[in-house]
Every structure is written in structure tokens, then in C-alpha cells.
Design a protein around this ligand. Structure first.
Ligand code: ADP
Length: 483
């Protein structure tokens, strides 16, 4: 089958969070199957990590209409095994520092940037003559693609047999812009209604995708339920999601077990596997304590955090409770994002440099070292669509401490492969950290939990099969309708 993936980020070229991990891994996995032909489109940001990949310019260029003007698109192409990656280039939109924002906040022209990208994907597929069976889009940045297919492109023969899938990685981010974005997108104002593009007086890109996509998936079964039925979780799209529940399902993300493998991780001081984790984790812990200037003591519990600094992640709870445990637990935090959270961790690290460490940046190698060195990994999210970090932590034998929500609920089992609290609240965190401090001494029980966590299957194989089933059914339906 011919699969076109459209996303605003994909690892290893560009990643700001789990979205990039997932789109990068899925495209690669689908492409490995010889029955598939897979093409991935992502923007050619200035900050792209091209490493050893050298994309070749695709000869020629084409234009797409944005805001009543013709904007030029040039493509470059890189191959990763059987996967073809097309980078969509336009200097005005993508040649700047930052992917979605700079230090002052979101870029003011994000509507135009992703209108441009969505149109460029649909025209780009024609340009390279790739007629897809499936167009798989991700999050609000590509939410307009399914909408274009059912409006502007509805009678375009090139896409007659294409079905669209939209995956919601985080419904809190919807791409909401003033109504004028309809004009910029070239979509008729007749469709600016509450059942289509309009959302409380604005245009909502994610909503457009949810209305028009043939299938909607989200990244865990529990999150699929929560966004329909739990108050506040659907960010005012609960009604629409309930109306479309016949085409909505949750497919749990996996992690790339090639990249996240403590037995073969080039960033670690000592590689280890489930059989010899004690020595491996100890060596990595001591090395990290030394690297970050923490007291070097293997008996201290090391708690890791690798996260976006965002209210969603519940990290303010750690800020308020951590000092009560800092004689027993060292806290190592890596993250970037909201100023108030970063400032809180910076102050803790400045006040107690041997017990707290805070690195305020995006640092892939350090993230690997933290997962490997940590005994526990803190992720008390207020909501969590899937969460990859808790799975990575388990693979590295760091027991996750999580709330009972979304993908955390679907991957962590209380006192088996991690610790679960039933709400992002200070007292619940206090109580679980107290429990952990006493449990850490029971080496055998702790070891059993670590073995359990490390032995879990977090790979993509199960999930990629679910996506293939979804694609297969869509193609069948299209064929039935056509003949
Ligand atoms: P989200 O997508 O909400 O940010 P996930 O848990 O799904 O959260 O995915 C987070 C991914 O981003 C993980 O791979 C994690 O290791 C990585 N990550 C988050 N913050 C950083 C950072 N500051 N430096 C390096 N990696 C990070």
C-alpha cells in the first residue's frame, strides 16, 4: 500500500517531543515492510538535524496559494532504507530559529506556515507523482490536510482513492487562529460553521481534521476514552469526538528499541541489560553524579525527570515536595519550556547543588544518561496522551512514578513495574515518595520490579499492526464505494 505521512516533525531530523519520535518511528517501520511504499513529508526547518543524511534537491519547483498569493515550494529528498523523506522548503516560512516558536512565544504566522505546509504536501505528492492510498496526518499542524481532501480537493482525481487518518498526539494543542485564517487557507467561508471549521469564533485546524478525517486515532486507548468522556480532557472538543466515536480509537505508541537500548547505547558510561542491571545502573549513576556535581553515593535514590516544562507534566508538584525527601533522594532534571517551572528548578539546584541538578536545554545524550542512571523516573502528569518517557525509563530500569491517566495508565502497573498515584496532588506524591524511600531498601523486591520493567514489550510491533489493520479497512471501504 502507498502511505503518505505528513508531520511537522520527525526524528531524527526534527523533534520537540513525543510527536517527532512517533512519526519518525512509524514511517520507518511501515517502510520496512516490502508491501508498502512510504513517503514522509516534513518542513525543511533551518534547525533540521541532518547529521549524515544529505538530502538531494528535487529538480523544479511548484507554487501553492496561501493568503491569496502564490508561494513557491521546493523539495529535497533523503532516503532512509526504503523510506523516502521529502523536506518542504520555503525560506519565508521555515528558515528561522525555532520550530514553532522563539523565546518570545509562538510564531505569529503559524497559521500561514502550516496552511502552506498542508497545501505543499498535497501538491508535493502530485509533483513527485506519489498517489497515496493513505494520507496519515499528525496533530493540528497537518489537521487541514484531511479537510482539504474533502473540500478543495474533493473532485481531484489524483486523490479519489486516498483515505485520511488523523492521529491526535495531544488535544491540548489545536492550532486556533482568527477567522481570517479561512481566507489564508483558501477555504470557503460557507464552511465557517460550528460543525466544520469554526470554533468559538475562530478557525481551529485540529477540529477541521477531526471533522473531515476518515479515521481518527489517538495514542493510547485510555486517552481515547478520556478525551470523549472526562470533563476538561477534550479541551472543548468532547462533543465532536463523541459524535465521531465510531471512527475514533486509541493505538498505543511504542518506543524505538534500536535507539532506546541500554545494552547498546553509545551515550552510556556502562552498557547493561536486564540480567546485569545492578552493576550497569550503579556505574551510570556514579558517573552522572560526578558529571552533575551531585554527592557521589550509590545508596542515594536518583530520581530523573526528562520533560517539557509544562503545567501538563505536573512538575510543580515536584517543586513543592522534593526538598522534604532530599536527604534520601537526589533529583536530576532535564527540560525546557515554561519559565516559571524552569526558574523553580534552577533555584533548587542553586540552593542545594549536591542534591538537585537542573539542565535547562534539549540534550539527547544527557537524556540517555539520566534514564540509565535513575532509580525512579518522575512523571506525575495531569493528563498524558501516551507518554514515551515512562516506557523509555522502564526499558532502562528506572521505575516510573506516574499518575493514573492516559497512556501512563495503559503502560504502568502499580507496584509491578512502577508506582502509580491516582491524581497529580502534592500529598499523593509525598506518600508515594515515602513508600519508595522505604521500599528501596528491600533490594530483592526492588530488583524484581526493575526486571519486570526492563522485560516489558514497548516495541512498535503491536501498534504498527493496529495501524496496518486500520489502513487495510479504509482501503477496503474505498474500493467497495468505488465499484
Ligand atoms: P511529550 O510528547 O508530551 O513531550 P513524551 O513522553 O511523549 O512527552 O515524549 C517526550 C520525548 O522527548 C522523550 O523521548 C523524551 O526523552 C524527550 N525529551 C523531552 N524533553 C527533553 C529534553 N529536554 N532533552 C532531551 N530529550 C527530551
Amino acid at each position: 500500500m502507498k502511505i503518505l505521512m505528513a508531520a511537522s516533525e520527525a526524528y531524527p531530523y526534527c523533534k520537540t517531543g513525543g510527536l517527532g519520535d512517533v512519526t519518525g518511528a512509524l514511517s520507518q517501520i511501515f517502510a520496512e515492510d516490502e508491501k508498502n511504499e512510504v513517503v514522509l513529508f516534513i518542513p525543511r526547518y533551518k534547525t533540521l538535524n541532518l547529521g549524515s543524511f544529505s538530502p538531494k534537491s528535487v529538480p523544479g519547483s511548484f507554487v501553492v496559494p496561501v493568503n491569496g498569493k502564490h508561494k513557491r515550494v521546493s523539495l529535497s529528498k533523503a532516503s532512509r532504507g526504503r523510506l523516502s523523506v521529502y523536506f518542504v522548503d520555503n525560506k519565508q516560512y521555515f528558515n528561522r530559529d525555532g520550530v514553532y516558536r522563539d523565546s518570545y512565544g509562538d510564531f505569529g504566522d503559524n497559521d500561514e506556515r502550516f496552511i502552506f505546509f498542508s497545501r505543499a504536501v498535497l501538491e508535493g505528492a502530485k509533483f513527485i507523482d506519489f498517489k497515496p492510498d493513505i494520507v496519515h496526518c499528525h496533530d493540528w499542524q497537518t489537521g487541514l490536510v484531511p479537510a482539504y481532501l474533502k473540500t478543495v480537493y474533493s473532485s481531484d482525481a489524483f486523490y479519489t482513492f486516498a483515505s485520511s487518518v488523523l492521529t491526535v498526539h495531544n488535544i491540548a494543542y489545536q492550532g486556533i487562529f482568527p477567522a481570517d485564517a479561512m481566507n489564508k487557507a483558501g477555504i470557503s467561508f460557507a464552511d465557517f460553521t460550528a460543525d466544520k471549521f469554526e470554533f468559538y469564533g475562530n478557525m481551529n485546524f485540529l477540529k477541521a481534521g477531526l471533522v473531515y478525517a476518515d479515521r481518527i486515532t489517538t495514542v493510547s486507548p485510555s486517552y481515547a476514552e478520556e478525551i470523549k468522556n472526562r470533563y476538561g480532557f477534550g479541551y472543548r472538543l468532547e462533543g465532536l469526538l463523541r459524535a465521531r466515536s465510531n471512527v475514533l480509537s486509541g493505538v498505543l505508541n511504542g518506543i524505538d528499541s534500536g535507539i532506546w537500548n541500554p545494552a547498546d547505547d553509545p551515550f552510556l558510561k556502562k552498557k547493561y541489560c536486564a540480567k546485569n542491571f545492578r552493576a550497569g545502573k550503579e556505574a551510570n549513576k556514579t558517573a552522572l553524579q560526578k558529571e552533575l556535581g551531585l554527592t557521589q553515593d550509590k545508596n542515594k535514590i536518583l530520581a530523573g525527570i526528562v520533560s517539557r516544562m509544562d503545567y501538563q507534566k505536573g512538575l510543580d508538584i515536584i517543586l513543592r515536595t522534593a526538598t522534604e525527601f532530599s536527604d534520601k533522594i537526589q533529583f536530576v532534571v532535564l527540560g525546557s519550556g515554561d519559565e516559571w517551572l524552569s526558574e523553580g528548578f534552577r533555584l533548587l539546584a542553586a540552593q542545594y547543588p549536591q542534591r538537585f541538578s537542573f539542565s535547562r536545554n534539549f540534550d539527547e545524550p544527557l537524556a540517555h544518561r539520566i534514564y540509565a542512571a535513575s532509580d525512579i523516573f518522575l512523571m506525575p502528569s495531569r493528563f498524558e496522551p501516551c507518554g514515551l518517557s515512562q516506557m523509555i525509563a522502564m526499558r532502562y530500569g528506572a521505575l516510573p512514578v506516574v499518575t493514573n491517566t492516559g497512556g501512563l495508565r495503559d503502560t504502568v502497573t502499580k507496584d509491578k513495574n512502577g508506582f502509580v498515584i491516582d491524581g497529580a496532588e502534592d500529598d499523593k506524591m509525598r506518600s508515594v515518595l515515602g513508600h519508595i524511600v522505604s521500599m528501596y531498601k528491600w533490594k530483592e523486591t526492588w530488583g524484581n520490579m526493575v526486571s519486570d520493567a526492563m522485560g516489558g514489550d514497548y516495541s512498535w510491533s503491536r501498534s504498527s499492526k493496529s495501524y496496518m489493520d486500520i489502513y487495510g479497512r479504509l482501503i477496503e471501504e474505498k474500493n467497495r464505494m468505488a465499484f
